[in-house]
Design a binder for this molecule. Sequence first.
Ligand code: ADP
Length: 475
Amino acid sequence: MIRVLSIASECAPLVKTGGLADVAGALPAALAAEGVGMRTLLPGYPAVMDALQDVSEVYYFHDLFGAPARVMAGRAAGLDLLAIDAPHLFARTGNPYMAPDGRDWPDNPERFAALSWVGAHLGVHGALGWHPQVLHGHDWQAGFVTEYLRQMGGGPATVLTIHNIAFTGATDPGRIGSLRLDPWRFHMEGYEFYGGISPLKAGLMGADALTTVSPTYAEELMTPEFGMGLDGVMRYRREALSGILNGIDTDAWNPATDPAIRPYDSPMGKAANKAALRAEMGLPDADGPLCVIVSRMTHQKGLDLVLGALPALLDHGGQLAVLGSGDPGLEQAFRALGEQNANVAVRIGYDEALSHRLIAGGDAILVPSRFEPCGLTQMYGLRYGTVPVVALTGGLADTVINASPAALARDAATGLQFSPVTADALRGALTRLCLLYRDRDTWARLQRNAMSHPVGWDQSARAYGALYARLATNR
Ligand code: ADP
């Protein structure tokens, strides 16, 4: 049994703002089958502290970045947790990073430095006799683990996973003191980055192994287009970097048992869900495919391209149903689109149950991201026989097999990919989609291929297990 401490700023189902939470929540169970005993260190947000059961105190700190704090061990949602009970840092309303007014908490650098510091401390001292052999941090929030380990005189092997390199946690050098960093490490090989402090860069330089959430994104990170200024660091650490695809939670996303939908185990069962979805969203009957989108509304997700490409879908009798929230300009544009168009329905907000009904009832799911480290919704689409139409980038390139004539002939095709990521190319893909949809036999095969494509954690769990084993033995 390899002992691994996962260090994460969010973890489904307790706290979630994005895919990182899904991964942190899914890894422990997926890895148990690989002989990995994983515990998860989380900030003690109200949702975490309230859920903790069988609680015991592991450590008491007189001063954890400004006030006393405790580390509590306990269980919640089937996870073995260590939670940082530090009300001055984490007992706040809003999401993990933002106040209810949508602004980042001004002390985010210190809050997640505290997470990293406790992670390093547990790496060195263990918890109630449990000593991790590997510390597995996620994103910039765990970036300083390696800096603090250095100050503490070393510890177990470290892995840092990049879920999205767009977030670096960068802050100004005036905070070296309040972040308890070693001032002598403010240089190119340490946490310095373009004159500022970057926890992500610190972790990328310091961790024994780096992973990201798809093989294609791992390659892309080494290029200026996708590296967001860190491509040089990624090239420097090329040997340490690997891409391991995320899986999805195949219990929560199982069309045969999903309580949010009319369950089905073959594409035929989608018809009842489509009719129900149309009724719910106020869409009329139509001849073309019903496309759905479930997404954060940000530049990354490329939803502005949909606005430009939509005529290709509507002119072929297709429809669009959208669930999302985010950028106010995009929200407004989609709202207006829905009001002007009988064949477009838009819901602004975050609604887990509706996301299931959309994916069950849709014929196709659109994911036109400009970059996508892995992406989950295209995999939900595969599992539900909802053909993904995706940009050829990152994890979208690795999880969908394009319906080329050759792939169709081999019964391998599972969706449509388009490149470059422009409205023009998306228009082309939507036209192709409508033509394929009309060919009932080909369409049914595409749906069946999609539904039988593996999207669970088995393969990825083996890859993480092998990585941990290698790191633990090398120590
Ligand atoms: P990211 O983490 O960049 O947002 P992913 O595709 O990796 O993108 O994960 C997004 C997750 O959030 C998925 O589980 C998706 O279903 C969910 N999601 C996004 N927007 C909404 C929404 N408006 N309502 C319900 N679920 C949403």
